[in-house]
Design a protein around this ligand. Sequence first.
Ligand code: MV4
Length: 431
Amino acid sequence: MRVMRTCKEMGIKTVAVYSTADKESLHVRFADEAVCIGPPAGKDSYLNIKSIMAAAEITNADAIHPGYGFLSENAEFAEICADYKIKFIGPSPEQIRQMGDKITAKETMVAAKVPVVPGSGGLITDIKAAKKVAKEIGYPVILKATAGGGGKGMRVVNNESEFQKAFETAQMEAGASFGNDGIYMEKFIEEPRHIEIQVAGDQYGGACHLSERDCSIQRRHQKLVEECPSPFMDSKLRKRMGAAAIKATKFINYEGVGTVEFLVDKHKNFYFMEMNTRIQVEHPVTEESMDFDLIKEQIKIAAGEKITGKEYLPRLHSIECRINAEDPDKGFMPSPGKIETFYTPKGHGVRIETHAYSGYTISPFYDSMIAKVITYGRTREEAIAIMKRALDEFIVVGIKTTIPFHRKLMDHPDFISGNFDTKFLEKEKLV
Ligand code: MV4
């Protein structure tokens, strides 16, 4: 729906694809045409490249917008689109691959002179050698899966006696989750903030950045709240991080919008973590803060337009709360089912993204996010005040949601002061 809104504004006709589980979803009604691509399970529909290509062929589509999740960072899919002469709205298969493998991504950033966390500098093949490097950089260290991202196959190692076992578990978890058990090591950055820079690059090597998003409020590597600008940011740090992100973008001739993720320590040192080669869930805070349509930019870049190359700075403060069909009182257990009443907040400073409505059934097959509440104001205080009243105004009857969790978070002194890092939700008894 987000993509189709911009397409309509640009005079572009749209085709929705849907699984049988999503027959009643709003995106099916919003599109000019809709094609059913299979049964509920992802592998049979939204991950089924053959069905999707068939839908594109029969509707004579010029381009595919991959959204986020599913095939949005699948190099093989981008390759098949190219074979079919259908424009994949996003980077090239090579660029997706280069950033998809985390060791390759890190090596690329070293070559681009973007700061990275010191570590094994590649795959760990010899535990004895890795332990020696760990001693040099100093414990704690963190082991990560090269095929990973988002926390799976990650282990923190506090001292040498823990190394062997941590390495074996990380390797096993990575092998089971990704079919690739490659592990690398980094110095563990204590109490980091997760700050990411939104970038855009065109087909001619031009690139710009659109400031940052702070995504430090996470639970088990799932982001819950994002904001732009970061309360931790100052114009000097933004210049340094922005320049590093543009260096990364230009170095790989990146085409499309993307995100360069950094870990930032309390001394404002920043380190490249990963690059996301898709539009992200949290993109609306950038759009509202900067008054800039990122989907329009994606489509223009895909159509061969040049970006203007200027730097975009935050004008308003914007915050997003992800509303999930989960019960925060029961460890965020999924809560699918029929929504009897769904009334979304409205009014000045509020933007809602959702596919749900009164009478809609949240299926258990997919991600539990059912809505995003985005607020914006002239200051962070104003954005928080609007968020509080918006969350109070949101009525969902029939399923449990994370709305009460967000409402409590908005009253937490450390959230209000901006004094939080990625450990915040583990330390606080909010969840
Ligand atoms: C780290 C780190 C500390 N030091 N790397 C978590 C997900 C994955 N993308 C990378 N992650 C981390 N990498 C080093 N060298 C701490 C984390 C981390 C984290 C990062 C961002 C947001 C939330 C997090 C929660 C726990 C750990």
